[in-house]
Ligand binder design. Sequence first.
Ligand code: PLP
Length: 400
Amino acid sequence: MGLVARTLERVKPSPTMAITHKAREMKAAGFDVIGLGAGEPDFDTPDNIKQAAIDAIKRGETKYTAVDGIPELKQAIAEKFARENGLDYKPNEITVGSGGKQVLYNALLATLDPGDEVVIPSPYWVSYPDIVLLSGAEPVIVDTNLEDGFKITPKQLEKAITPKTKWFIFNSPSNPTGAAYTRDEIKALTEVLLKHERVWVLSDDIYEHLVYDDFKFSTPAQVEPKLKERTLTLNGVSKAYSMTGWRIGYGGGPAPLIKAIGTLQSQSTSNPCSISQWAAVEALRGPQDFLKDWVKSFQSRRDLIVSMLNQASGLSCPTPEGAFYVYPSCEGAIGKKTPKGQAIETDEDFATALLQEEGVAVVHGAAFGLSPFFRISYATGTEALEEAGRRIQRFCASLS
Ligand SMILES: Cc1ncc(COP(=O)(O)O)c(C=O)c1O
C-alpha cells in the first residue's frame, strides 16, 4: 500500500504556482528574471482596507467566527450582489471561505459523486479539472479556439452535456485568456442550460471588475433569473482589491448548497481568518474609486504587451476584454530551434527556452489545456513589461 491516496494520484500541483516559484528561485540565485507567471495584481492593498484589519485586531476580533462568515461580511456581500449584479441573496444564501478557491473546492467536493461529469471550457483555470478529479468525478473538457475569442459556443455546450453532467463551470473574464462574455453571449448559453434542468452552473466572477474599453460585465444568474436556483455565483476580494494573501472569497447560491459547503468547511478549516473578514467588509463597503485608476493602468499595459507580442515573429495575440492576462499563440515558433540547437516542439519547450535564454517566465498553454499558446500576466510594472516584450521579440527572432 503506497503512502499517497489513489485520488491524489489523479491530481497535479498547480503549474502556475510552480513557475512563479521557479522564477523566484532563479531571481534569488542572481539571475535577471522577469516573472510574468503570477496571477496577482502588483498593486498594494488600499490603506483603508489595511486600517480596517488593524482596527479589528485592536478590537480583539481574533477569535473563531461563524464557520461561513461573520454576519457583517455576509451583509456587505449581499449589498454588493444587489448593487453591482442586481442579485438578491439572503445571508443563508451566502458563504465565505478562505479564498474563492476554497469556496469552489467545497462546492465541488460537497456535490460531486464518482461518475458525475463537469463541463469545463478550455483553456481553463488550472484548478478546475484537478478539483473535479479530486472529488472522484470526471472533467469534460471542451476546447475553444482563438477564432471564437476562446469562448464556448452554445452548440459546443449542448453537445458536451450528458445525463451525467452535474456542473458547467463558467469563467468570465477568463483566466488564462482574459476573454469576457457579453450579455448576449451569456444569454445564448443560458438558453441551452435552461433545457437541462439537472445541470448546475458555477460562475466564477473573480475578475468582474477588471474589464476594459467600457465592456459591461454580466453574470448568468442575472442574465437568466430562472437559472439562479441552480447557480453558484463565485467571487472574492483577491483580484479587485489586491488582497490575494488575505484569503477571502465568497459565493451566493441556493440555501441547501450553501449549507452543504458550510458543513464541509466546518470539518476542515472552520472560519476564514477573522481579521481578513473585517478587512473584506471595508473592501466591499469602502470607497471604490481607486479601481478606476487600476483598470486604466491595466488597460494600458494590456495594449502595450499585445502590440509588442504581435510584432514578435511567429506570435499572434488577440486583445482580450478583461482580467490581466493575454494568451498569445506561439504556433509560428513550433518546429524551430534556438541558436543553441534546442528544438521547440511544444509550448512547454517554448516557455522553458524563453526562461533559460532571456529570463522571462510565462506559463505554457498545455497547463491550461489548450496548445500551442502561452499565458502572460501583465500585472507587473510597465518598465518590466516593456523589457519583457523586447526580450520575447529578441527570442522569437533568434529561432530558426
Ligand atoms: C479564475 C480564478 N478563479 C478563482 C481564483 C481564486 O482566487 P482566490 O482563491 O485568491 O480567491 C483565481 C486565482 O487565481 C482565478 O484565477
